[in-house]
Design a protein around this ligand. Structure first.
Ligand code: 5GP
Ligand code: MN
Length: 529
């Protein structure tokens, strides 16, 4: 899958115009699943050509690039690379990276640097490293090793323990070390604006309307283009007089306001919005609800976790954070997500609602507030029970009925990872547990009550999922499926398969545990007589 042929990578072309007679070479190659085209003058240096392909692969200087020809042989990346056609394209891979160059947090690096400097000075004066400095250096070194070896700190991007088996799927942005967060955002913005939604193929547009869409294949700039496609293909630009530039500014600001944390990040925002988009098409809601209601639902999904800090409401309340204080312990996070959304919309250049009447604006604002606040899982039963009562007599023209349905649709999208194919869903569970464990570790460190379902000592992947699917997902999805029977195959069946998968996993791990306990009991007692 790709956004069709990507941008053209050119070396030197921007700086050194190739004069007449100077030959340029065109190389077609596949990288990260996309067909790309590189163009460079034969006078280019080998280093320039390597840099060009490094940029195309979007890797950092310490990655090793390997180019394969159509026969599968490795070829040298140099100006002498043979020109080719799209049919005989090369394949470019970033095959290895020197993990030692993953940067440490700046504070630690600067402490180490200052210690080395101090050591040099002291050696000049005293002739040897004093014990105190030696000890400090060992402590810094051991702390660095700990950062690299403690699994639950892996979200910091420093973990080297398990061969980085989830590396291709981790949603944590592999930020270029030299770039600040702002620079990284600008890089994504430029890439987003340089792509055209016209590059999104019909095949991708169709996949985007289904729960089998694989978010892991797309980088952030591409997800922004896909979000733009969702707004365009639902005719929102025409219906609400949204200028493309304003939509792009809005989407970019939404992207900037998600944090780089294990689960509640921009990728989660994308998945929830994409599921909402899919549900709208699958249930033919375009012919059942007004365009305004669809805009409320899609935009609520997009904004529903803005600026999530990675710690849930219970933590906010127990730790008496600024958010809990500001919102008096009442859904502090959801209130914050919504307030951030309207903060973004308050800037005219981002305000996709600016060409609407004040009545329409008020209606949309009210709808979004209701939908986003409904994502607080503490209100799950309240909202589901309301829907259960209305479902048998559901009336698409009744205002209250529509409001409850919209909340249910946002809630379903929010917790719909298990409705996706297993290979898409399972990495999301790893991310969620990482965030859960970070929270329970903090709770333990701060002496706060430890949230049991987040405790790494009590929770496992299968136990977490079997309970969540049985008691939360199946009851919710079943109720929505009663109103839209076609959803059975699209969301209920995959969730039932996931329950079987995690039940088997739970059984297997219980058996292993029992065997281990039996072996332990069978061992002859050691030590005493
Ligand atoms: P969110 O915080 O994303 O708005 O609300 C959804 C909440 O539901 C998550 O924070 C998380 O607690 C829970 N949740 C969502 N998906 C799953 C899942 O697949 N497994 C489990 N155990 N909990 C989930
Ligand atoms: Mn969410």
């Amino acid at each position: 899958m790709s956004l069709s042929t990507g941008p053209i990578f050119m070396s030197g072309a921007g700086h050194v115009p190739h004069g007449p007679g100077m030959t340029t070479k065109i190389i077609y190659f596949m990288v990260n699943g996309k067909l790309e085209k590189a163009e460079f003058g034969c006078d280019c240096s080998a280093a320039d050509v390597k840099d060009l392909f490094r940029a195309a692969a979007e890797v950092e200087p310490h990655h090793v690039l390997k180019m394969y020809n159509w026969r599968g042989s490795v070829v040298n990346i140099s100006p002498r690379l043979e020109a080719n056609t799209p049919d005989s394209c090369y394949r470019l891979e970033a095959v290895a990276s020197d993990l030692h160059s993953v940067p440490m947090p700046p504070e630690l690096d600067s402490m180490e640097h200052r210690l080395n400097h101090l050591e040099t000075k002291v050696i000049e004066d005293v002739g040897k490293t004093p014990d105190a400095i030696f000890e400090l250096k060992s402590q810094v070194e051991s702390f660095k090793r700990k950062l690299e070896s403690v699994k639950h700190l892996s979200w910091m991007g420093l973990f080297k323990g398990d061969g980085n088996q989830h590396l291709p799927k981790t949603p944590l942005k592999a930020r270029t070390p030299q770039l600040s967060v702002q620079e990284e955002h600008q890089r994504v913005r430029m890439k987003f604006l340089n792509m055209s939604s016209l590059q999104v193929t019909g095949e991708v547009r169709e996949l985007l309307k289904t729960p089998i869409f694989d978010n892991w294949q797309w980088e952030e700039a591409e997800m922004l283009v896909l979000l733009q496609v969702m707004y365009t293909d639902l005719d929102f630009l025409t219906a609400f007089h949204i200028e493309l530039e304003v939509l792009q500014n809005f989407l970019f600001q939404v992207y900037c306001h998600y944090n780089n944390i294990p689960f509640h990040n921009f990728q989660h925002c994308f998945c929830v919005t994409q599921m909402m988009y899919g549900l709208i098409w699958l249930t033919d809601l375009r012919n059942k609800l007004g365009r305004v209601e669809l805009l409320i639902m899609l935009t609520s999904a997009l904004c529903h976790d803005l600026d999530h800090p990675g710690y849930n409401n219970v933590y906010q309340i127990n730790a008496q954070t600024d958010l809990a204080l500001r919102y008096n312990d009442i859904s502090p996070l959801e209130n914050h997500h919504c307030a951030v959304a309207f903060g973004i919309l308050s800037k005219p250049e981002c305000n996709i609602l600016k060409n609407l009447s004040s009545e329409q604006y008020k209606h949309i604002r009210g709808g979004m507030i209701k939908c986003i606040l409904a994502t607080d899982m503490a209100r799950h039963n309240e909202i589901l029970n309301r829907f259960k009562v209305l479902q048998p007599v559901f009336d698409f023209t009744n205002r209250e009925h529509k409001e409850v349905l919209m909340k249910i649709m946002v809630k379903v999208s929010d917790i719909s990872n298990e409705a996706r194919p297993m290979e898409v869903a399972e990495p999301w569970l790893d991310c969620l547990l990482q965030e859960f464990f970070n929270q329970s570790d903090s709770e333990k460190l701060k002496g706060l009550p430890v949230t049991p379902f987040m405790d790494r000592d009590k929770v496992s992947k299968p136990s977490s999922q079997t309970n969540f699917i049985r008691f939360v997902l199946l009851p919710l999805f079943t109720e929505l499926t009663k109103l839209f029977p076609c959803l059975e195959q699209h969301i209920l069946e995959p969730v039932r398969r996931a329950l079987d998968y995690y039940s088997d996993m739970e059984r297997a791990s219980k058996e292993v545990k029992e065997e281990e306990e039996e072996e332990e009991e069978a061992k002859p007692p050691t030590g005493g007589r």
